[in-house]
Design a protein around this ligand. Structure first.
Ligand code: IPM
Ligand code: MN
Length: 371
């Protein structure tokens, strides 16, 4: 028996999570385990009603679960950034989910915009660092004549930052990225371990040629840790170049590790080459704590409540959740059921089919139970 938390969130989030739970329950029936779900009412509606994003009680309760199944957040009634930072990023940071695992895999039957590429050519995994870099929230924005002497004095890993700025520019803004040796080490080690279990190739993506302090440290750590993995081929790519190679030669890649912001950007590109955001899952992992699994697409508010959203990315994220808690066979069965559904045309409109959200969930659940 597993106790799992679920957060439907905003827009299409609740609908797709419903289908994800349906499929995970079916997998439990087939592989003899039970999932006990606890739903949390977190998102735009509650924020608009009560003004709370995440409460201490939410966090305390959520921390009792090994995993959270997360739909999506984002709502037109709320200014961009509030829900993203106040809920999604806060959960990632609070639970120290320092691994953001994003498989880029072309399933059988899916059309990729990359001419001539087949499922065997597109099968790699991006490990995005998930708690540092330009996501740490240190920055400021101010206008001329405003006198700001100490802009930053924030504790982060027990380090105090200080910065004096004098400027007569009309308006100025800055944002600071931070990487710590330990923060880089833990995600890089995770990636080497993953590469050891796959095709033994690790590609690091950075911009050490320009942002040489922050990504210079990243690179140093990578080179140091590589010496413990002589069987893994290690290579470095700059982030601008990687966007070319993902498109031209996706078959080169096995495990790709990268700091937070570049990871955000290149995984949308990855999602597109694997058939679109409707098929892109992600896992926010703390190997020792509460992890969180979600589709990487957003809340698509204009489709809310219409029953047309493609639940496949969410269902695939559910498979990653099961893999994470040790149900490897069930996890693999879910991905293969998604693949079968696609091959038989049981898909939503975005993939050329006629089924609705729950039709796809039903079809996948049925394949799993009958297998
Ligand atoms: C993602 C999203 C988030 C991110 C946003 C919604 C905060 O784009 O999960 O990739 O930037 O990490
Ligand atoms: Mn993103």
């Amino acid at each position: 028996m597993y106790r799992i938390a679920s957060i439907g969130g905003d827009g299409i989030g609740p609908e797709i999570i419903l289908e994800g739970k349906k499929v995970l329950d079916a997998a439990g029936e087939r592989f003899n385990f039970d999932v006990q779900w606890t739903d949390f009412d977190i998102g735009a509606d509650r924020y608009l009603k009560t003004g709370t994003l995440l409460t201490e009680t939410d966090l305390k309760e959520l921390s009792a679960f090994p995993a959270i199944y997360f739909g999506a957040i984002g709502d037109e009634r709320v200014k961009p950034g509030i829900l993203e930072k106040g809920i999604l990023l806060s959960l990632r940071f609070y639970f120290d989910q320092y691994i953001n695992l994003r498989p880029i895999r072309l399933l059988e039957g899916v059309t990729t915009p990359l001419a001539g590429k087949r499922p065997e050519d597109i099968d790699f995994i991006v490990v995005r660092e998930n708690t540092e870099d330009f996501y740490v929230g240190i920055g400021s924005r101010f206008k001329k004549q405003q006198k700001i002497e100490l802009l930053i004095n924030r504790e982060l890993y027990n380090v105090k930052f200080g910065l004096d700025v004098e400027s007569d520019a009309e308006e100025i803004a800055y944002q600071i990225g931070v990487i710590t040796r330990e923060g880089a080490r833990r995600v890089i080690d995770y990636s080497f371990d993953l590469a050891e279990r796959r095709k033994k190739k690790l590609t690091s993506v950075d911009k050490a040629n320009v942002l040489s302090d922050i990504y210079g440290l990243w690179r140093d750590v990578l080179i140091e840790r590589a010496s413990g993995h002589p069987g893994v081929t290690t290579e470095f790519n700059f982030v601008d170049a990687i966007t070319m190679w993902f498109v031209k030669n996706p078959e080169w890649f096995d495990v790709v590790v990268t700091p937070n912001m570049f990871g955000d950007i290149i995984t949308d590109l990855g999602a597109m080459i694997q058939g679109g955001l409707g098929l892109a899952p992600g896992g926010n992992i703390n190997p020792e704590g509460t992890s969180m699994f979600e589709p990487i697409h957003g809340s698509a508010p204009k489709y809310k409540g219409l029953g047309v959203a493609n639940p496949m990315a969410t269902i695939w994220a559910g498979s990653m959740l099961l893999d994470h808690i040790g149900e490897h066979e069930a996890a693999a069965a879910i991905v293969s059921a998604i693949e079968k559904c696609i091959l038989s045309g049981d898909v939503t409109k975005d993939m050329g089919g006629i089924l609705g959200t729950s039709g796809v969930g039903d079809a996948i659940a049925e394949i799993i139970i009958k297998a």
